[in-house]
Design a protein around this ligand. Structure first.
Ligand SMILES: [Zn+2]
Length: 234
């Protein structure tokens, strides 16, 4: 009986061994498959890292774009003598006092404002906005009240925007010439007391009547422009 059973048991053992080897092979392949997948996955991960660095590179490439951003401002430079609403600059140094408003007074309608800067005679007069100088008339000395029709030394600027013009009267000095391009806040002259000012300056009161007469017009004030209240701009 043993001799017949033993071979059968041996065959069974062989089947068990083959089965075990088969299972191990299957396990190995499954393991290899999983490991291979993990390896592939990590490679995908590496690729993603590369993609990320490429994104960073592209961001670096984008940086010069930011450097180019100021270019529109550069493009705007040729337009610098064109005024823009909302950027009006006060025409005198501060502090100041308005000594005569845009209103009727004893001698008729005062179509401008008179400004006295506490920096006084010779203080800066600024262009109220970007523009082009269309009149710059010197030659008046203090006390000659009818000089330049009472304007004294004066400047007119065309702001090349919505027909805005400004006029600056009674100056002691002028720093610009006709056809000059000027920017908002640029010094164009000095406060003075030339032309028709009160009190009329004399040897006892050489700085009498010092102020800036500042007018804003739609259209050239020397040829039919109509005045507006300068304070509407500020
Ligand atoms: Zn005035």
């Amino acid at each position: 009986m043993y001799s017949t059973i033993a071979p059968i048991q041996g065959v069974l053992d062989m089947k068990k061994i083959i089965f075990t080897v088969f299972v191990n092979i299957i396990t190995f392949f499954l393991f290899a498959l999983v490991v291979g997948y993990q390896v592939q996955k990590s490679k995908i991960g590496e690729e993603l890292v590369v993609i990320e660095s490429q994104v960073k590179v592209s961001e670096n490439i984008a940086n010069p774009f930011y450097e180019e951003k100021p270019e529109p401002v550069v493009v705007a430079v040729p337009m610098s003598n064109i005024a823009s609403k909302g950027t009006w600059t006060w025409p005198t140094e501060k502090p100041y006092i308005i000594t005569s408003y845009y209103q009727y007074r004893g001698d008729g309608f005062h179509n401008a404002i008179d400004i006295y800067s506490y920096k006084g005679y010779g203080s800066n007069v600024y262009s109220a906005n970007n523009g082009t100088v269309v009149a710059a008339s010197m030659g008046c000395t203090a006390g000659y009240t009818s000089c330049n029709s009472g304007r004294g030394n004066f400047i007119v600027i065309n702001h090349n925007y919505d027909n805005y013009y400004t006029i600056y009267m009674h100056l002691s000095n002028i720093n610009v010439n006709v056809n000059d391009s000027v920017e908002a806040g640029q010094i164009i002259g000095k406060v003075g007391n030339t032309g028709n000012v009160w009190p009329v300056p004399n040897s006892y009161n050489p700085y009498g009547g010092t102020h800036l007469h500042f007018g804003v017009f739609k259209g050239n004030p020397l040829s039919g422009g109509s005045s507006i209240n300068p304070l509407n701009l500020y």
